[in-house]
Design a protein. Structure first.
Length: 72
């Protein structure tokens, strides 16, 4: 039987870019973090050619990188 390879728990944990846990953030810090995350998501989706889809006034909206907005 071949030797077993033991993988440490640290290998399974993905290290992110957060400098502070949301649990320890003030209200102002949380709002700034949420805004930064939403802009990052929009940029990422547009970079791969996908629209940003969200709910507005009870209707689903698709927003495209060229500024076009469509109701779904």
């Amino acid at each position: 039987m071949p030797d077993q390879v033991i993988i440490s728990e640290e290998s399974f944990i993905k290290k992110g870019r957060m400098k502070k846990s949301p649990l320890l953030m003030s209200d102002g810090e949380k709002k700034a973090w949420e805004l930064q995350m939403s802009l990052g998501i929009r940029d990422y989706l547009f970079s791969i050619g996908q629209p940003l889809v969200y709910k507005k006034d009870g209707k689903m909206i698709a927003e495209y990188s060229d500024g076009q907005i469509k109701k779904l």
